[in-house]
Design a protein around this ligand. Sequence first.
Ligand SMILES: Cc1ncc(COP(=O)(O)O)c(C=O)c1O
Length: 405
Amino acid sequence: MRVPLASSGLRKCDIEAAAKVLNSGNLTMGNEVKNFESKMSRYLGAKHFVMVNSGSSANLLMIEALMRPSISKPKLNPGDSVLVPAIAWPTTVWPLIQLGLNPLFVDVDSKTLALDLDAAQRLIESSRIPVKGIFPIHPLGYAIPPSKLQDFTSRNDLILINDVCESLGSWSEGQHAGSVGIASSFSFYFSHHITTMEGGGVATDDDEYANDLRSMRSHGWSRDRTDALEWNEKVSQNDSKFLFVSTGYNVRPMEIQAAIGSRQIEDIDLFIERRRRIAKRVYEALEGSDLQVVGSHTLSQDALSSSHSWMLIPIRITSEGAANKKTEILHILEKAGIETRPVLTGNFLAQPAIQRITRHATDPDNYKVASEISESTFLVGAHHDLEEAQIRHLCETLQSISIIP
Ligand SMILES: Cc1ncc(COP(=O)(O)O)c(C=O)c1O
């Protein structure tokens, strides 16, 4: 029996919604995208949601819109330093480098796998480089408490942007992950909490910033902005459909993606509840053994004030010689049909791309927790489509290889 890390997540109703769009002939960004965006704003409690073609594009636009706003002064300038976690996804870090910013890596917290704010404070106090922003990842379904982010950013006068690509449907202190700061990015890649096959978007409460995201996702034109008329009046000699007010890309989503997203978001609570139940079953199977579910402290919390959305399930080997033991365990799991993977990219500083291509690399061994997690921790699936027999197989296999110390 196979227990995959990912599943397409598409149901009959999603495919029917996509077919309806294909038959309508309205294929490129239009009303379906607008409809999905308003559903996402409502769900997240954000004033704006701007859909794009991936979570990576969402990250790129979030940074570009801070550096090249069409009206106000830039909030970040080339050369500015921005804090990022040492266990990161590449397209959290690459937009900073691509746009001339300086990513400053911070070790992660072993209990949550998120950027360690105490380590970040020490770095700011010991570093002579002024820091302008922080771009934390809310990892694998864990929402960083908003009060901690708020305190840290106000104390250090930092711009906060959130990567929530792995944590739709999670919240902390009664708020969705990423609800403090200027904006947060989401991914709807297949296997995530909801899917649009490929897809992503940015949530923000800032009107000008949202307008800039709308321009930047589509060549820099003014068409989709709420202030498009004002721009037209200012520059009346131009054809208003071909008025360009910012830098831009083409990272527009398609109507079929949005139509699927609109069906999926209606069932998000059900999906999260199923993922939560799988994580709980795995936790119970391993309780007291040398295999520990990272994030299990959230399982006992009141689900209304705080909820982990379990993108995947991180399992840490707590006994001696974890690195060797991990190779052995992964081999047994893969042989039993249970797919595994590293925690994001592992210690990102140890990746050849960051070491070879950029001048921002420092010794990966400086990030002790990230290195320890890379050696001792792996992920198994928690997809809401897993069936009872698969969940039982996962729990029994894990239990059979765990050791009660
Ligand atoms: C933390 C994080 N940021 C960004 C992304 C990029 O999202 P996408 O695959 O939609 O481009 C991912 C991918 O899952 C991710 O895990």
